[in-house]
Design a protein around this ligand. Structure first.
Ligand SMILES: Nc1ncnc2c1ncn2[C@@H]1O[C@H](COP(=O)(O)OP(=O)(O)OP(=O)(O)O)[C@@H](O)[C@H]1O
Length: 300
């Protein structure tokens, strides 16, 4: 049986009138890269804060390594490498002092690995935090999260502030290395191509609810894209089983669909509609299709 490093059951959180999380259920298995995606304000950071024990569940249960992160911060936080959304580095310190400061909290701090990462990230020991660029702060934050070799990494938008080359080379290398060593990564991102490249499992959060949580390969195979041609121009797209979104006009339309392929094909055949092209949508196309489909159903 797969061990779950994180178990979230029925988690809800409200800030005043804003329902930030609604009955969230989620399990993160050991050794996996778990990508959390969602539009701005979907609840990603709020969920990560519950995993870290920074927020107490108003409803529901959160367990990390089987422990309650609110009741046992040392037991949980000591085993997590965390990169916060704001990078929160003490402003009066140099990189050297940051190393020493962070090292004091983590008996498993690995100075050789820290130095290796520092060279990879091109950070200088004497550099002071306020003089660091946004990208350098992101790298310093990542370094501090990684250098004690934690069994769980929780990264809030790790790519934010990193330029594309650094993002691809460093982040992919780090995430894969961490996972090859049997550790677990939970990260949030707006960069769907990146999430698709590195994740084993994903969850889509929408307005505080889990819209979809699944192994990435299952998400990709259960969605498909068709370009179809109707015998007559269509003033609007007809109702079709499994169609999430469509674009086009007249006779030719492009559709992103979910499941129920046989039913959809039968419906198209009955309308004498020809399938011109079939393909696999990217995670980004699936995400957009899902979001538009949700918007449409809530507008109806
Ligand atoms: N401390 C807080 N007080 C009041 N509202 C909050 C607080 N923290 C979060 N919220 C609200 O809860 C909702 C979810 O916020 P959260 O930061 O979790 O979203 P997110 O998915 O991380 O967004 P983004 O991608 O923009 O970082 C938002 O509407 C946000 O305004």
């Amino acid at each position: 049986m797969t061990e779950h490093v994180i178990e979230i059951q029925n988690l809800s959180r409200r800030f005043g009138k804003k329902q930030a999380l609604s009955e969230v259920n989620l399990s993160v298995p050991e050794g996996c890269v778990f990508g959390l995606v969602g539009e701005n304000g979907a609840g990603k950071t709020t969920m990560l804060k519950h995993v870290l024990g920074f927020l107490k569940p108003q409803q529901g249960v959160v367990r990390v390594f089987g422990l309650d992160p609110v009741a046992d911060p040392p037991g949980v936080l000591g085993r997590i490498g965390h990169l916060s959304e704001n990078r929160d580095l003490p402003t009066w310190m140099s990189i050297r002092e940051l190393f020493e400061f962070t090292r004091a909290f983590y008996p498993k701090w690995d100075p050789v690995y820290a130095e290796e990462l520092r060279n990879m990230f091109e950070l200088t020991l004497n550099q002071k935090v306020p003089t660091l660029s946004r990208g350098q702060k992101a790298r310093a934050g990542l370094l501090l999260a990684l250098a004690h070799r934690p069994p769980l990494l929780v990264l809030d938008e790790p790519s934010s502030g990193l330029d594309p080359v650094v993002r691809k080379d460093i982040l992919d290398a780090i995430i894969r290395t961490v996972v090859d060593e049997g550790r677990t990564v939970l990260f949030s991102s707006h960069l769907l191509d990146e999430v698709q490249r590195v994740s084993d499992q994903i969850a889509i959060l929408d307005q505080g609810r889990i819209l979809l949580a699944s192994p990435l390969d299952q998400v990709l195979v259960s969605h498909y894209q068709l370009t179809v041609s109707f015998p007559e121009p269509q003033p609007y797209f007809p109702q079709l089983t499994g169609a999430l979104t469509w674009s086009g006009s007249g006779r030719e339309w492009k559709i992103v669909c979910n499941g129920q392929k046989k039913e959809l094909e039968a419906e198209l055949e009955a309308m004498h509609c020809e399938i011109l092209e079939q393909g696999a949508p990217t995670l980004e196309e699936i995400f957009v299709a899902r979001m538009k489909s949700v918007e449409r159903s809530s507008a109806n």
